[in-house]
Design a protein around this ligand. Structure first.
Ligand SMILES: Nc1ncnc2c1ncn2[C@@H]1O[C@H](COP(=O)(O)OP(=O)(O)OP(=O)(O)O)[C@@H](O)[C@H]1O
Ligand SMILES: [Mg+2]
Length: 309
C-alpha cells in the first residue's frame, strides 16, 4: 500500500455466541486499505468474509460480538462512533453492496423511487431533484434513465446488480465494500459488471474492499489480496505475487479451484498430501494444529494453530 490508509483494521475478532456453540468467525484479522486502493478479501464459504464487512459497517447484531481489535476510518475509531456519527459514516463515507443485494431491491417500488430515496434521506433533496439525480446514477452504470419507472422484476439480474452498485456510489463514498458482487450472474454478465466497477473506480476514485471466493476475478481487479481461511488471514500479498507464487497451501488450492478457459488441459490439483482442507472447516470445531499460517512479511513460516494462540 503506497497511499495514506483510508481504513485500518487491527486484530479484529468477532464471535457468534449462541446457546449451543461459540463460533470465532473472525480471528485477529489485520487489513489496511489505502485511499483509492482495491483490496481483495478471498476465501471459501463460511470463512468470515461477510462478518468482516459487517463489522466495518457496524452492522453486526447479536449473537455476534466484536471481542477484540480496532476499525479505524481516516483516523476515526468506527467501533466508538455514536448513532449520529454512524448515520453520516454509512453510505456517505463507506457504502456496501451486500451479498445477494440484487435480490434485496424492494419489489413494489420503482427503481427510480429506490434510488431517489438515498438523496431524500441523506441529503434532504426534493423528490424532483432526487429523481433527476437518480436518472444520472442509472446512466452512470449504463442503464437508460427511462428505466427509473421500472420495477425490479422488469430488469435482468445484471441490471439489478448495476442498480445496487449505482445506489452504493450515490453519495460518492471513499470506500466501497463489494461483497460477492457477481456471484449469482453468468460469466458474460459477470465480466460486464467487473468492467463497470473498474470504470466507476477510475472515475470516482474510491477505495474498494472486494470480497469473493473467485480467485480469477479477485486477481483481475485487486491490487493486494488477503486470503482468509477459518476466520484468519493466512496469506497477504500483491495480486501479481499471489498469482505467480501462492505460498500458503490453502491459497494454492483456491487458485487451482478454477480451471483455465484456454491453454492445455491440466488436471486440477488440490492440497498437498498431509495438508488437507477437503471440506469447508466447521468453525465450531477448531482443532489444534489444523491450520498452517503464513507470515507474509517474513516468508512462509508454517506454524501450528497451537503456536499461534
Ligand atoms: N448469525 C449467525 N449466528 C451464528 N453463526 C453465524 C452467524 N452468521 C455467520 N455465522 C457463522 O460465521 C462464520 C462466517 O460467516 P460469514 O457469513 O462471515 O462467511 P463468508 O466468508 O461471508 O461466507 P460466504 O462466502 O458463504 O458468504 C460461518 O461459520 C457462519 O456459519
Ligand atoms: Mg459472505
Amino acid at each position: 500500500m503506497s497511499s495514506a490508509p483510508v481504513l485500518e483494521i487491527e486484530g479484529l475478532s468477532v464471535t457468534y455466541r449462541t446457546a449451543e456453540r461459540t463460533v470465532r468467525a473472525v480471528d485477529r484479522v489485520d487489513v489496511t486499505i489505502g485511499e483509492g486502493e482495491i483490496f481483495g478479501l478471498a476465501g471459501e464459504s463460511g470463512c468470515g468474509k461477510s462478518t468482516v464487512a459487517n463489522a466495518i459497517m457496524r452492522l453486526l447484531k447479536p449473537p455476534a460480538e466484536i471481542d477484540g481489535g480496532r476499525v479505524v476510518f481516516r483516523g476515526r475509531d468506527v467501533l466508538a462512533m455514536s448513532a449520529e456519527e454512524l448515520r453520516r459514516f454509512r453510505w456517505r463515507e463507506v457504502a456496501m453492496v451486500f451479498q445477494s443485494a440484487m435480490n434485496s431491491l424492494n419489489p413494489v417500488m420503482t427503481v427510480g423511487d429506490q434510488l431517489a430515496d438515498v438523496f431524500t434521506t441523506h441529503e434532504r433533496s426534493s423528490k424532483r431533484d432526487a429523481l433527476r439525480r437518480a436518472g444520472g446514477l442509472l446512466e452512470m452504470v449504463g442503464i437508460d434513465r427511462g428505466r427509473l419507472r421500472s420495477y425490479p422484476h422488469q430488469l435482468s439480474g445484471g441490471m439489478r446488480q448495476r442498480v445496487v452498485i449505482a445506489m452504493a456510489c450515490a453519495l460518492t463514498p471513499s470506500l466501497l465494500i463489494l461483497d460477492e458482487p457477481t456471484t449469482a450472474l453468468d460469466v458474460v454478465v459477470q465480466q460486464e459488471i467487473m468492467a463497470q466497477i473498474r470504470g466507476l473506480q477510475e472515475e470516482l476514485g474510491f477505495a474498494v474492499l472486494f470480497i469473493t471466493h473467485d480467485m480469477s476475478l479477485m486477481i483481475e481487479l485487486s491490487q493486494r489480496i488477503g486470503v482468509m481461511h477459518g476466520g484468519r488471514i493466512v496469506e497477504r500479498a500483491p495480486a501479481g505475487e499471489i498469482f505467480r507464487d501462492p505460498l500458503h497451501p490453502y491459497t494454492d488450492a483456491l487458485m487451482n479451484a478454477f480451471p483455465p478457459i484456454s491453454g492445455p488441459r491440466v488436471p486440477l490439483t488440490g492440497l498437498a498430501e498431509g495438508v488437507r482442507f477437503d471440506h469447508v472447516p466447521d468453525l465450531r470445531e477448531v482443532r489444534p494444529g489444523r491450520w498452517v499460517a503464513l507470515d507474509a512479511d517474513s516468508g512462509p513460516t508454517h506454524q501450528t494453530e497451537e503456536a499461534l494462540r
